[in-house]
Design a protein around this ligand. Structure first.
Ligand SMILES: Nc1ncnc2c1ncn2[C@@H]1O[C@H](COP(=O)(O)OP(=O)(O)OP(=O)(O)O)[C@@H](O)[C@H]1O
Ligand SMILES: [Mg+2]
Ligand SMILES: [Zn+2]
Length: 327
């Protein structure tokens, strides 16, 4: 029997924010992890909550996994339905290691990363999370499983989630654009940014600035609905699935850079000229280079192109502003 989960919020509610909406669509199509940076009230939480509504519904095998986990976590109220929608899990930044990763002193319950399996894990105000909790996300993100060891034994849970991080540009929230109203010292801004920098952000393909929408934008016409965007996402995903069929990957966000740089998928030199130059100039790391390639393939899939163009790569480059959080 089918689950009758409540309808997720609709993307049509988000006015303006063209770039962030595009990034959200790309994130959905390629299962790319994403980082939204902007001042308070810009709509970061609104956007993140709308990602599950853009993702394909779960097939029966996936729905069984998700329903079993929800049941373990005590979140199932009916036993005649399957959870067909990708879950959306948004733990509070004060949450403990056990709450996020799994475990606990008595019973071993699945953590937020497992409850977000096949769905979205949203860390709002990400720099406020405990550092060791943020760093503990890295290994499960890589492997898609987490092992929790307790006196009662070792428990292995799945945790293939899509990560969405949100943050203000600085502790006061106003260090944005010209940053005139920002009250933070350089030291405080640096330590705020350092919380996420490095290994965690290295795995996040999309880093997007979300400015406060202008009043004109708020009065403008509604944006496209989730249903319209989700239809494009479905097509893009099936193109990608065909390309990766026979490999261990299903979505672009999972494909290692080495594969994208291999002879079979290597892009022509004129296509990568801009990111090649950025690497030569030292403004783009090699990891950042691979992230651009991954995103460029998703942009091409969404546009129905068999191979990314120079513009697709350029768009990918513009959607990963490393300086998003002022360091
Ligand atoms: N683009 C938008 N379209 C429509 N409403 C918006 C938009 N951006 C913000 N709002 C309104 O502002 C409210 C706050 O948005 P939201 O909570 O998503 O901001 P935020 O960026 O997450 O802020 P914070 O940093 O404080 O968490 C929303 O509930 C909504 O009413
Ligand atoms: Mg918010
Ligand atoms: Zn500030």
């Amino acid at each position: 029997m089918e689950g009758r989960d409540a309808d997720p919020p609709d993307l049509a509610d988000v006015v303006g924010q063209a770039e962030a909406r595009l990034a959200l669509e790309i994130a959905a199509a390629g299962a790319h992890h994403m980082f939204l940076v902007g001042p308070p009230g810009a709509g970061k939480s609104m956007l993140a909550e709308r990602l599950p509504g853009l993702l394909p519904t779960l097939d029966t095998a996936q729905a069984l996994e998700v329903t079993a986990i929800a049941s373990l976590a005590g979140r199932v109220t009916r036993f005649d339905t399957l959870c067909r929608r990708p879950p959306f899990v948004a733990p509070h930044h004060g949450a403990s290691m056990a709450a996020i990763i799994g475990g606990g002193s008595g019973m071993v319950t699945p953590g937020a990363i497992t409850q977000a399996h096949r769905g979205v894990l949203f860390l709002d105000e990400a720099p406020e999370f405990r550092s060791h909790v943020l760093q503990a996300l890295r290994q499960p993100m890589e492997s898609g499983t987490v092992v929790v060891a307790r006196a009662a034994g070792r428990f292995r849970y799945p945790c293939r989630f899509q990560l969405v991080l949100a943050a203000n540009p600085c502790p006061c929230g106003f260090g944005f654009g010209k940053g005139d109203r920002c009250q933070c010292s350089i030291v405080r801004r640096r330590s705020y940014a350092a919380k996420l920098a490095g290994p965690l952000l290295d795995r996040v393909d999309l880093q997007v600035l979300v400015p406060v929408p202008s009043r004109a934008a708020l009065l403008g016409p509604p944006g496209e609905s989730s249903a319209v965007v989700a239809a494009r996402v479905r097509v893009a995903r099936s193109i990608a699935a065909e390309r990766w069929s026979g490999s261990e990957y299903a979505v672009n966000g999972e494909v290692p850079g080495a594969v994208l740089r291999s002879r079979r998928f290597r892009l022509a030199l004129p296509t990568t000229v801009d990111i090649d130059r950025s690497v030569d100039l030292g403004t783009l790391s090699l990891r950042g280079y691979d992230r651009c390639l991954r995103v460029a393939w998703t942009v091409a899939d969404l546009a129905g192109r068999t191979v990314p163009t120079r513009d697709d790569v350029g768009l990918a480059l513009s959607l990963r502003q490393q300086q998003a959080v002022a360091a």
